[in-house]
Design a protein around this ligand. Structure first.
Ligand code: FAD
Length: 318
């Protein structure tokens, strides 16, 4: 079922959903089930599975020269999505990236996703490879998520890249895209970023899922600005509980988000990460409660495949 249908069916009740990372290469599917099982009692209508693009590593050869190797640390998004739908009967939502894909490869992936019964996709550009400063599209690939949305939307109308197909079947994907309450790091301004977000919606995105934020005011202002910009699709808040002291620097560095002063002070006074974990859970519960009261359609949690704190938060709310 589509995310938009889940929202309509809930009739104003806030739903619980979460995101998983595929395990590191070599780990078994059991690690994914172990991350899902504790959260199933909260009836997630869907589970998102992130996509991890390939990266370069350098391996020293016996002759001392460095060999450049392309590896993917966390493969398996498609297989995990199929396994989730099969085992739990819950909608799996794979993330699909522009980075690393030609348009043809994207088309083939979309055909696979359609064949395994996927109804929803989150369409993303992806970040630059770790060896590069700026994102570089694949030759013959998409430079922006809006172009990927356009391709998926075309397939939803039975339009494939290959125009010589005899009777091409239309897919029916519901398309999610990313939104940034505190602006995407590369955008010159929030207003500019909102224009680009509107382009994704105009090209066919059905819902927005936000980057994590720790101050609800940022989300409420973002929703208001989206409405003023003519963006009228559901905007699902994404939340992550802080769990270590190190994240005070790591989260702003990696995700370009601000941490409110009260949260920073509370974490700084903690003696150890056990205490930080408790602060993070409590902060996230309070954030979730306020968002719920404001009538958000879904509370979406970034689990990083570690469900313990998300379970504590969900228990307090659902
Ligand atoms: P876009 O919407 O393409 O925007 C990228 C930048 O380009 C923005 O600054 C935007 O303002 C600008 N822009 C867009 N269109 C234009 C245009 N036409 N002209 C000029 N500028 C333009 N990454 C992964 O690798 N795997 C994942 O599974 C993953 N999941 C994510 C889930 C969520 C909910 C979020 C918020 C992010 C996720 N990311 C993931 C990270 C994401 O890939 C990065 O944030 C990436 O840098 C931007 O992706 P995007 O889809 O928002 O890009």
């Amino acid at each position: 079922m589509k995310v938009t249908e889940h929202i309509n069916k809930a009739n104003g009740k806030t739903l619980f959903s979460f995101e998983l990372l595929p395990p590191n290469k070599g780990e078994t599917i059991e690690s994914i089930y172990n991350a899902i099982d504790p959260l199933m009692e909260f009836n997630p209508p869907f589970i998102e599975v992130t996509y991890h693009r390939e990266d370069y590593t350098y391996v020293e050869r016996p002759d001392g020269l460095l060999e450049k190797k392309v590896t993917r640390k966390r493969p398996g998004t498609l297989g995990i999505s199929a396994a989730i739908q099969h085992k739990y009967g819950v909608d799996a939502i794979p993330h699909v990236l522009c980075g690393g894909f030609t348009k043809e490869e994207t088309e083939d992936l979309l055909i696979d996703l359609n064949f395994i019964g996927i109804d929803n996709i989150v369409a993303l550009r992806g970040d630059a490879m770790s060896s590069e400063t700026y994102f570089k599209p694949e030759k013959g690939g998409h430079a922006y998520a809006s172009e990927l949305v356009e391709q998926i939307n075309s397939m939803n109308q039975g339009i494939y890249l290959d125009s010589g197909l005899e009777s091409p079947g239309a897919t029916d994907f519901c398309i999610g895209v990313a939104g940034y309450p505190e602006k995407h790091m590369e955008a010159p301004s929030l207003d500019h970023d909102l224009k680009m977000l509107k382009a994704k919606v105009d090209k066919g995105a059905h819902y927005i899922i936000t980057q994590m934020f720790f101050d609800n005011q940022k989300y409420f202002e973002f929703v208001d600005k989206c409405k003023s910009a003519g963006i009228n699709v559901p905007i699902i808040p994404g939340l992550k509980p802080i769990s270590t002291k190190r994240q005070l620097n790591l989260l702003p560095h990696r995700f370009h988000v601000d941490l409110p002063g009260d949260l920073v002070s509370a974490v700084e006074t903690c003696d150890d990460n056990k205490a930080v974990y408790e602060v993070g859970v409590e902060w996230c519960i309070q954030q979730s409660k306020e968002l719920m009261q404001a009538g958000v359609p879904i509370l979406h949690y970034y689990t990083m495949s570690r469900p313990k704190n998300i379970k504590e938060i969900a228990k307090a709310l659902f």
